[in-house]
Design a protein around this ligand. Structure first.
Ligand code: AKB
Length: 315
């Protein structure tokens, strides 16, 4: 059966690209974009769009009824850096939106749920390199705590109510179409914009802070593959580790310098350094590879070429 999809948080960094790709696959009329405001007017104009507050259960329910929704992608979230500033709001948005959607799936109003987790579920006590799927998880950020709690709830709803929920622990995502908002990995996008506009960048993480990252095209492909996989091939109902590429600001700057030789970088770590220091440097994603055939396509060189050419840099 062709799904009828609702994307909550469609104007955000992942949501906007996911919406367009899902519309290419299933048809524009079968993919309803929604967000609390039309912050991406181009996306809002590209097909059906609803104003929707992810914390309002009634609004979500009415939208599901109105459009006969079968699958919900819940992309609304407050990311790590902003969540440290507004812990209550972050908890409210990140947790209650998830409960609303899981409840609708439990009550058979919808069939399938996608919910994004993050590498932020790991903490300072987690093994840093090739972090396994199952390991010590003691997140030290509000965002990470909300994502880990969310993962446990996803598994609980699957085991106790048979909810078909699927999830990925996204690394830092790099994209050129829509800017991220309030994440610790955002530097890896800002740097390209500043390199082109100013030829220099002041980085809020230090030179050697290696983090797991991924190009947006890979993340979208992973999300859709997971949602299209046969239910019985999905053995993990909390959230899957997913690996793309690992690099630090110094290494990223060097790849940019190959294209923009005069580009310079300086380092002024701020409160986000502590968040980054609590996260892994690289991820072991063997369950995603073996269970639903995941394989990343973009390395750092390819990401830099894509970013610079799409942001219209010409040497
Ligand atoms: C963030 O930096 O908060 C996000 C994430 C890693 O989930 N990009």
């Amino acid at each position: 059966m062709t799904p009828k999809i609702l994307i909550i948080g469609a104007c955000g960094q992942i949501g906007s690209e996911l919406t367009l790709t899902l519309r290419d696959i299933y048809g524009t009329s079968r993919v309803i974009a929604s967000d609390i405001r039309k912050s991406n007017p181009e996306l809002a104009a590209s097909g059906p769009f609803e104003i929707l507050d992810a914390t309002d259960k009634e609004q979500i329910g009415s939208c599901i009824d109105k459009h006969g929704i079968t699958d919900v992608y819940l992309m609304a979230a407050m990311l790590s850096a902003t969540a440290e500033k507004y812990p209550d709001k972050a908890w409210d948005l990140n947790m209650n939106s998830l409960f609303h959607v899981l409840d609708f799936a439990r009550d058979k109003k919808i069939k399938k749920v996608f919910w994004p987790s993050s590498i932020a579920v790991f903490g300072p006590g987690t093994p840093k390199e090739q972090t396994p799927q199952q390991t010590i998880m003691e997140p030290s950020t509000v965002y990470g705590i909300s994502k880990l709690a969310g993962e446990r709830w996803c598994e609980y709803y699957y085991k106790n109510y048979g909810v078909d929920v699927r999830s990925i622990r996204y690394p830092g995502l790099i994209s050129w179409k829509t800017s991220p908002g309030g994440g610790t990995t955002d530097y890896a996008i800002d740097i390209y914009h500043q390199a082109i506009e100013k030829g220099s960048y002041e980085c809020f993480l230090d030179e050697n802070t290696t983090l797991p990252m991924m190009y947006m095209d890979d993340a979208i492909r992973a999300t859709i593959s997971l949602m299209q996989a046969e239910s019985n091939s999905i053995k993990i109902r909390s959230s899957y580790n997913l690996s793309g590429v690992s690099f630090n600001p110094g290494e990223l700057a060097k790849t940019i310098q190959k294209h923009i030789p005069g580009f310079s970088i300086s380092y002024k770590p701020d409160f986000r350094q502590k968040i980054a220091d609590s996260w892994p440097g690289s991820i072991d994603d063997s369950p995603a590879r073996t269970q639903w055939g995941w394989k990343a396509g973009f390395d750092l060189e390819a990401i830099t070429e894509e970013m610079l050419s799409n942001l219209n840099f010409s040497s």
